[in-house]
Design a protein around this ligand. Structure first.
Ligand code: DHK
Length: 159
């Protein structure tokens, strides 16, 4: 029984959305798409459930709240994170230190192709720590990241 509880806990994935992503659907839709954040989250939670995993979603516009959530993830036994730090990608040493500090593997996701945008978006404080980075694929990027995370947590992913 204890063994089962431990296994279930490890199949917990945190999806973390940074500032302004609560506005998805209405915010610059030509760049970020028309899908609302709640719809994306619902899809990810359902995909996780279908695979026997628990997907937790959190969004904040506040740097400290994102840091607190990452620290809590470590205590909760989250086994993998999918992280879109949004604008904090390009600015936040504090958020970078949080993900480095907990050591939970993560994929960095961006809806837009940040490399094809303004030069200040080309720099990421997260990419060198990430298992991988997905950008420019819109909200599908989250689905691909989650699929990889699920594979990793059940031991079937390649990398
Ligand atoms: C989202 C943001 O809010 C921007 O600040 C980033 C990222 C790009 C995205 O494409 O998801 O530069």
């Amino acid at each position: 029984m204890a063994k089962f509880a431990k296994t279930a806990k490890r199949r917990r994935i945190l999806i973390l959305h940074g500032p302004n992503l609560n506005l998805l659907g209405t915010r610059e839709p030509r760049i970020y798409g028309r899908e609302k954040l709640a719809a994306i989250n619902r899809r990810l939670v359902a995909a996780g459930r279908a695979a026997g995993a628990e997907v937790l979603c959190f969004q904040s516009n506040v740097e400290g709240e994102l840091i607190d959530r990452i620290q809590r993830a470590a205590r909760e036994g989250v086994g993998f994170m999918v992280l879109n730090p949004a604008a904090y990608t390009h600015t936040s040493v504090a958020l970078r230190d949080a993900v480095a500090g907990v050591g939970i593997p993560f994929i960095e996701v961006h809806l837009s192709n940040v490399q094809a945008r303004e030069p200040f978006r080309h720099r990421s404080y997260f990419s060198d720590l990430a298992v991988g980075t997905i950008c420019g694929l819109g909200s599908r990027g989250y689905d691909f990241a989650l699929a990889h995370a699920l594979g990793k947590l059940d031991g079937s992913a390649q990398a």
